[in-house]
Ligand binder design. Structure first.
Ligand SMILES: [Zn+2]
Ligand SMILES: [Zn+2]
Length: 111
């Protein structure tokens, strides 16, 4: 069974063809909309609008593993375990862990 515990293992996973393909499928399935925002009646879609102050696109979408990759490696490429979220929601999804270690998810799932 594959493991995604170290940064190197994760990096390799997020760099894989398989991940890039399923990530696109997940975004398409979700119409390139943030699902948690949508559930709250907001629509945040990925745009190419560029925010000069943030030096990045205004809304960035991340394909998030509902069951953590690290704890559920068998669900790594299960589309049912994937959800399109905006960066704001992604930070919330990871909740306290994110606050405790700000850099932990910085690179996660954006590759
Ligand atoms: Zn959102
Ligand atoms: Zn995530």
């Amino acid at each position: 069974m594959k493991e995604y515990k170290t940064l190197e293992q994760k990096r390799r996973f997020y760099d894989s063809k398989e991940w890039k393909q399923i990530r696109e499928e997940a975004k398409q399935r979700d119409n390139y909309e943030c699902q948690p925002c949508k559930r709250r009646g907001l629509v945040r879609i990925d745009t190419n609008e560029y925010s000069k102050s943030a030096k990045r696109k205004k809304i960035q979408l991340v394909v998030h593993h509902i069951q953590e990759l690290e704890d559920h490696p068998t669900l790594a490429l299960e589309i049912d375990n994937l959800e399109t979220v905006c960066v704001d929601c992604h930070n919330k999804e990871h909740g306290r862990e994110f606050e405790r270690n700000v850099n932990k998810w910085e690179m996660d799932e954006k590759w």
